[in-house]
Design a protein around this ligand. Sequence first.
Ligand SMILES: [Zn+2]
Length: 187
Amino acid sequence: MKRQHDPLRLDVAAFTGDGAQLAGRWPGASLPRLAESQNPPQDVALAEVDWAVQGERRAVTGGEAELWLALQVQAPVWLTCQRCLQPYALPLVLDRRLRFVRGEAQAEALDAETEDDVLALSRSMDLRELVEDELLLALPIVPRHSVCPQPLPMAVEADPLPEGEAERPNPFAALQWLKRVKPDGER
Ligand SMILES: [Zn+2]
């Protein structure tokens, strides 16, 4: 069953300026990109996504106030273990502080020089997309159980040579070449 979900538009400047807060819960299927990157067991529904945002306006002496958004998200996601190839649930828990500044240029410059995530302030922002972006960024590159629940199939356990290994020059071949060029070499 597909349902259309309206974007949750947030006026970031007003929201952060007021120190407003908002929280909610979305069905897992309402975040399509996150849903696509999941692989739940058969007949298991995607878990719901719990979220909360809190705006903050930090006064700066002699300057423009800083606008911040604290974002907390909890979402168990179903991934495929890359070792045993079975689905497993990973509880994603995010606690992010995002700073908003005027203009892409300033956002990029600040983002590069500070630890904080800096975004350009836009008139309105789709909160659902922001939450989904942050969740996608938090997914492990190589998902796997810390301990696989089942014995590994042989093919996986065999741990084949990484790709490109065969292309490395044979060290003995290189040695032969050295000997030919410098027959009196010490090595
Ligand atoms: Zn596993």
